[in-house]
Design a protein around this ligand. Structure first.
Ligand code: IPM
Ligand code: MG
Length: 354
């Protein structure tokens, strides 16, 4: 099993180092895994003038899976768009065909108090957001700047989805629902957008192959509201790239901290890129403060989804549960009465719990 490690920027290298530590500990126990690092994001710009340098892309293509940290930082904000670190992550998703983004929002019982919502609203929460990742207004052409008929400057982007793009992500959503509580909610803006009208039609058509799954539809504004009102009504949510970006950040906070949530971005064959859903947090970078658990849990998702190694994945997840039960907390999830630790110590605790 060959894994490309693209740590990226900000807290990326610190949190990825903890996931690497965990994987290396498993390797000592017999997990057959090879790890190779390459620069990515702002680090790619620094090394090669490109957020996705050719050798890094080559490594990612040759590997069976990729682990990413996070990209971006104020130092790179003024660069022209092709050199922005965010382009590195968008391009690698596109280049590797990673159209299916799985973002679970799972409430750990120990963290119920860290959520900003009432315990009864969030305890037992287990949602899977399936976000389409290589289409939509993120990649739509034309886009850019122009002058309108009145000679005013304007910016514009294009939202579109093709039938195969919608069908394949809907199928990922239905398949996931089959393994869970058999409920799929498709989120769109059908009351306003043509793209969404078409999306809904295709999802309903795909639903015919999955009679065991109860399918519903919701407008994205209502979904944003329902997520904080009564999040436990959801099992699997399937949605487009832009809506999924927004709703997955919102859903993550239900669980106490965005620092807890892993993600998988998969191609049609199960090859995947695994990353925490949070960003590079430049404000706390280099201070041994970031929560590495989302990245560690991402490596568990990798073992499960790309390598079909459920047992090893389970060991990592059980170790994470154990350190939480033991009271270890990074600053983002710290509450009185628990033990505040830094990034490295949290990684060490997980290794010890393995
Ligand atoms: C995410 C991030 C990215 C996205 C950014 C960094 C381009 O917010 O993975 O959710 O918008 O997809
Ligand atoms: Mg996002």
């Amino acid at each position: 099993m060959k894994v490309a490690i693209l740590a990226g920027d900000g807290i990326g290298p610190e949190i990825v180092a903890q996931a690497v530590k965990v994987l290396k500990a498993l390797a000592r126990d017999g997990l057959k895994i090879e790890l190779e690092e390459a620069p990515f994001g702002g680090a790619g710009v620094d090394a090669h003038g490109d957020p996705l340098p050719e050798p890094s892309l080559k490594l990612a293509k040759a590997a069976d899976a990729v682990i990413c940290g996070a990209v971006g930082g104020p130092r790179y904000d003024a660069l022209p768009r092709p050199q922005r670190p965010e382009q590195g992550i968008l391009r690698i998703r596109k280049e590797l065909g990673l159209f299916a983004n799985l973002r679970p929002a799972l409430m750990f019982p120990e963290l119920v108090g860290a959520s900003s919502l009432k315990p009864e609203v969030v305890s037992g929460l287990d949602i899977l957001i399936v976000r389409e990742l290589t289409g939509d207004i993120y990649f739509g052409e034309p886009r850019g700047r122009r002058s309108n008929a009145r000679g005013e400057r304007e910016g514009y982007d294009t939202m579109h989805y093709s039938e195969p793009e919608i069908r394949r992500i809907a199928e990922v959503g239905f398949q996931a629902a089959l393994k869970r509580n058999k409920k799929l909610c498709s989120v769109d803006k059908e009351n306003v957008l043509e793209t969404s009208r078409f999306w809904r039609e295709v999802v309903n058509d795909a639903a015919k192959q999955f009679p065991q799954v109860a399918v519903s539809h919701m407008y994205v504004d209502n979904a944003a509201m329902q997520l904080v009102r009564a999040p436990k009504q959801f099992d699997v949510i399937v949605t487009g790239n832009l809506f999924g970006d927004i709703l997955s950040d919102e859903a993550s906070m239900l669980t106490g901290s965005i620092g807890m949530l892993p993600s998988a971005s998969l191609d049609a064959a199960g090859k995947g890129l695994y990353e925490p859903i949070h960003g590079s947090a430049p404000d706390i970078a280099g201070r041994d403060m970031a929560n590495p658990l989302a990245t560690i849990l991402s490596s568990a998702m990798m073992l499960r989804y790309t390598f079909n190694q459920d047992e090893w994945a389970y060991r990592i997840e059980a170790a994470v549960k154990q350190v939480l039960a033991q009271g270890y907390r990074t600053a983002d999830i710290h509450e009185p009465g628990t033990r505040k630790v830094g990034t490295r110590e949290m990684g060490d605790a997980v290794v010890a719990a393995l």
